[in-house]
Design a protein around this ligand. Sequence first.
Ligand code: CP3
Length: 354
Amino acid sequence: MSHLKNDSLLRALLREPVDVTPIWLMRQAGRYLPEYRDVRRRAGDFLTLCRTPALACEVTLQPVRRFPLDAAILFSDILVIPDAMGLGLSIEEQVGPRFADPVGSEKEIRGLRIPDPERDLGYVLEAIRLAQRELSGEVPLIGFCGSPWTVATYMVEGGSSRDFQKIKRLLFERPELLHHLLGVVAAASGAYLNAQVNAGVDAVMIFDSWAGALSRNAYLQFSLEYIRRILETVTRAAHGRRIPAIVFSRGGGAWIEETARCGCDAIGVDWTQDLGDARRRTGGMVALQGNLDPAVLFAPESSIREETTILLESYGKGCGHVFNLGHGVLPDTDPERVATLVAAVHELSRPYHL
Ligand code: CP3
């Protein structure tokens, strides 16, 4: 039924039986890999790397060539949508993302236009086509976008933020204006994910990295509602297959029951949550993806194996678990430790699927 040689990721996301727990890692392509640093140096900067399909394809494939991972994730960034809206993105080492023209005023926010994915983000779609050709069905390719709330934090703050003062001020001072902004980003994200599905991705993921900055009430209205709108828009079946959708909610453990009802197939869980507890609370409604603390990869091999066992045991027997970190791979990680983790998950998870 599947065009894939290894479809365990898609099966686990749809809570179908698998022989071993599939594993991939957030930020599996990145600075911890010397071959990534080489390509990045050749490209000159991060955004040129994203905008050059042959190079974006190359770094997408690097981790799956090096490790027996069960999925590739498209190499790009969640901030390419506001960049395509004309906010002028730059990403520098040590500094992180910056927008030359952040939005805040009524005029700036009402003036935002929804980008045309084919015209304005065609380089991403081309990278997907190239990567799928190279992968030739070995493992699925995951496409992604940011949650409207998380993307909007960067658009309004102008970059990374500690306290989210500007956007939270907007939330409480001009809620209707923030709703308008989130509606535009949600419409743009829905169209963008559909274009990614048409270009060939096998699953989609929405990163809500700043879910935890909100109160429960604000989260439901200003984040989850717009994730729901994206998922309503996105084609969930293509090329004769179901396209599973994952929602990564960082800091969202307190309201996982609500997130489970947003129309997703799986929830990405950060390391502050107990996976068994998350499983009980979502009651088989969704699969769970996560949630090893990325810093565990600094530990010796034996501890990585122990932590793997603890995590597998906390989820327990049966299907519906995709092994991942609770957030991205840290840049100082030794690639050998990643190899240890991937092998440990494949070896130690077998008994959980008998
Ligand atoms: O997971 C992958 O391997 C796919 C690629 C990917 C990147 N960013 C590459 C990247 C994905 C899925 C993202 C998503 C993303 N981008 C998120 C959501 C997930 C998360 O991490 O919480 C967010 C919040 C962003 C915004 C962003 N982009 C930040 C905060 C930074 C700076 C962080 C850093 O490490 O410097 C980026 C830049 C970025 N995106 C890098 C990578 C590999 C580092 C750029 C470099 O090579 O210097």
